[in-house]
Design a protein around this ligand. Structure first.
Ligand code: DGJ
Length: 736
């Protein structure tokens, strides 16, 4: 009897599950029959992509009916019996898989149901449309607005969500995704980009299997040190540069992120992206709006190359501050001097900046603090006064010296951090994130300031503002952030400790908003102990980012290759240093494929090296618009061959630059010709090798320099690129 009863319970729960899953089936047991209203279709499109939502007339909920390549006639979707997958699945009612949102109401009810209310779109420009879809809980004053911004020409979609309630008391949300997308492909391959200090953006691909795979960060600040908030998702089969269906995604958020991929029992995939909800339940006051960061997505049916170009084109116009502008070439002193410098040495380096033909000298760490001088990384952080022993005449003197020598002056800061050995630590212990009853935990001998506290925000703003007001000649800032959060406790947040990860990032954005209002055009490099904080949330405020402290040119090829999938060359700072054992030419050619700079003692160069560098800088300045704003084609991958080849082509297809690097050369190894891309088949192009140097040219293989070919020939037959000598390189300027 007992057995029969339990069998009956199982059968009931299975039939309930089946009906709850099928939006077109009968209403779930125990729920009243709803009046059927006609379905509403909401298409959201870019030039080559359709994302179609469907409001199911039976249950009033919003479903994703389609996401993929553009449909000739999306009306055909109306004939589909199946409404699709819930567009923003909730927790607590009948959803059986990972929810996009979870909240507990004032009365303790832990469930949410979201029904469609209305939608409208706003045209923001000829290319940009913002679609807003309002959903509400039928039983509680709780609403969610899905925002989908489309960038038609670039084929990019930005998604975020606004959450609001009007319950009597504050209400807690536990999950709050920016984007939820569904796919019904045969198989799925996920490519992730992970690493550590000095080994950023390592590429790894794996096939998704049933269940959940998560890519995330829990580091708070320096949030992307181990995992960058980006992914590629190949659908149906693996994708390569020129073929395959691929979704590229990245979250614009400088803190903890989470991408969750769940393959269900039917092989459907849901991708939920947003802030990492880990240890971050958030209380929303009645009437206040909780806005999630933007998930940035592009869908390509012709491989990863197109996905990257879509993102680059978008980023240049909308994602990176002044992406369509120019950048300063610079000489940095971190690798060259470390903390060990004085006015005399810096004055020499200013001369070296000029001698090289560079625009700016960037003074790095070590210029500040007096009671606890910043002579190493154990002291001084937080005390932003010029160190009197090293800079007796202050920053003003250096700015004036730079001006006299005909170069600009830039400076390093790390205003979010503090050394325990500092006056800031002594004077404001309550401004620091640290647990009251546990030993302090250091990373690079430092702690994180509590930016959620408005007084700390004011302090950070003032550090920068006072420096710039006192020294209006400062033309560049490098903004560093050298540790993650551990043992975190905010005196300011009191009983809302789980807000810290989110409030920290929003407070940082508040400070940056204020600074950008006052200094809209000042170039600022985003740095986080190398590439520990690289995302489009921050890049709205920054003109460029420091990709890695690893400047070994061989390692750099892989690191820059990784970034190139998501970030345009204009934003990726590459410096020529003494790391690595490669020739100066190889190091220079590698740095040139992004935003080139130097961090080396120029006076220690030979006459030949100096001449080579001056010439390379002039070449770079002549070609930088092609590299910065052109279309990138990755032609031979260092992950697949002993060489790497890529090229940039300008929008009018009159100019291109090709970079070829031989990484290793096995005995008897020959490299195939490389077929170029992005040129006009009907035009004739002249190939000119640049950055030629006697040094490092041994065994370089035949140069194509001086020859002319049609675009057709170059794209069908190609050029010889690669040599018999490891660690050699070739740069071709290709002109119509
Ligand atoms: C970490 C950065 O990545 C380096 O380039 C340098 O600025 C140091 N910090 C200075 O402390």
């Amino acid at each position: 009897m007992k057995k029969l009863l339990s069998l009956f319970i199982v059968i009931c729960s299975v039939s309930f599950t089946a009906s709850a899953q099928d939006p077109m089936g009968p209403p779930p047991v125990g729920q009243p029959q709803m009046k059927q209203t006609p379905d509403i279709f909401i298409p959201v499109s870019t030039r080559n992509t359709d994302l179609v939502f469907r409001v199911n007339g039976r249950d009033g909920r919003l479903y994703q009916a389609y996401f993929g390549p553009k449909l000739v006639n999306s009306d055909n979707l109306k004939q589909m019996r199946d409404a699709g997958h819930l567009a923003y699945a909730t927790f607590g009612t009948d959803n059986l898989f990972e929810p996009a949102i979870r909240a507990t109401h004032n009365d303790g009810n832990p469930s949410l149901d979201l029904k469609y209310v209305s939608h409208h779109f706003e045209t923001i420009g000829t290319n940009v449309i913002l679609n807003r879809i309002l959903l509400k809980d039928p039983e509680y004053p709780f609403e969610v607005t899905l925002n989908i911004k489309t960038f038609a020409d670039e084929d990019v979609i930005e998604q975020w969500v606004e959450i609001k309630h009007n319950e009597k008391k504050p209400l807690t949300i536990f999950n709050y995704a920016s984007s939820m997308l569904h796919f019904d492909a045969g198989r799925y391959w996920l490519t992730q980009f992970h690493g550590d200090w000095a080994e950023e953006m390592k590429i790894q691909e794996s096939e998704l299997t049933a269940g959940i795979k998560i890519l995330d960060s829990k580091l708070g600040t320096r949030a992307h040190m181990y995992q960058t908030p980006v992914f590629l998702l190949s659908l149906n089969g693996r994708s390569d540069e020129n073929s395959g269906e691929v979704l590229a995604g990245t979250l614009g958020w400088s803190g903890n992120f989470r991408f969750l991929f769940e393959v269900d029992e039917k092989g459907s995939l849901r991708v939920i992206s947003g802030i990492n909800p880990f240890a971050s339940e958030y209380t929303i006051e009645p009437g206040r709006v909780f806005k999630t960061p933007s998930m940035i997505l592009t869908y390509s049916t012709s491989g990863r190359g197109q996905a990257s170009r879509n993102l680059h084109r978008w980023a240049i116009k909308y994602g990176v501050l002044d992406g369509t502008g120019t950048r300063l070439t610079l000489l940095n002193n971190w690798e060259a001097t470390g903390f060990n410098f004085d006015e005399k040495k810096l004055s020499e380096i200013l001369d070296e900046t000029k001698k090289m033909g560079l625009d700016l000298f960037l003074l790095d760490d070590g210029w500040f603090a007096n009671k606890y001088p910043r002579n190493n990384d154990r002291a001084g952080l937080g005390d932003w006064q010029e160190n009197k022993a090293k800079l007796p005449d202050g920053l003003g003197y250096l700015v004036r010296e730079a001006d006299k020598k005909g170069v600009k002056f830039g400076i390093w800061i790390e205003p979010e951090m503090v050394n325990p050995k500092s006056e800031l630590y002594e004077n404001h212990p309550d401004w620091i994130l640290k647990l009251p009853n546990r030993p302090e935990h250091y990373f690079r001998n430092q702690l994180v300031l509590d930016l959620s506290n408005p007084k700390v925000q004011e302090f950070v703003f003032n550090v920068v503002d006072e420096m710039l007001t006192k020294n209006p000649g400062i033309a560049f800032i490098k903004w560093d952030c050298n540790r993650m959060m551990t043992n975190t406790y905010s005196v300011y947040l009191k009983d809302k400790q789980s807000h810290i990860y989110i409030d920290y990032v929003n407070s940082l954005y508040n400070v940056l908003d204020r600074l950008r209002k006052k200094y809209p055009a000042l170039p600022i490099m985003l740095c986080s102990g190398g590439g520990g904080r690289v995302d489009y949330g921050a890049l709205r405020y920054f003109t460029e980012f420091w990709a890695s402290d690893n400047t070994d040119a061989l390692e750099r090829i892989y690191i820059q290759w990784g970034y190139s999938y998501f970030f345009p060359a204009i934003s990726v700072c590459n410096h020529i240093t003494s790391w690595g054992r490669q020739s100066l030419k190889f190091r220079t050619d590698v740095a040139m494929m992004g935003k080139m700079g130097y961090d080396i003692r120029v006076n220690e160069m030979t006459e030949n090296e100096l001449k080579f560098s001056q010439n390379a800088i002039a070449n770079y300045k002549r070609l930088s618009d092609v590299i910065w704003q052109g279309d990138l084609y990755r032609l031979a991958s260092p992950y697949e061959e002993n060489r790497a080849v890529l090229m940039y082509v300008n929008s009018t297809k009159t100019k291109a630059v090709l970079f070829g690097y031989t990484l290793n050369a096995r005995y008897g190894e020959t490299f195939n010709r490389v077929r170029l891309q992005g040129l006009d088949p009907g035009r004739t192009y002249k190939i000119q090798e640049i950055n030629t140097a006697t040094e490092g040219r041994r065994g370089m293989g035949m140069s194509e320099s001086g020859r002319s070919y049609t675009g057709d020939y170059l794209m069908k037959v190609g050029l010889s690129v690669g040599s018999a000598s490891p660690l050699t390189s070739t740069v071709y300027e290709i002109s119509e």
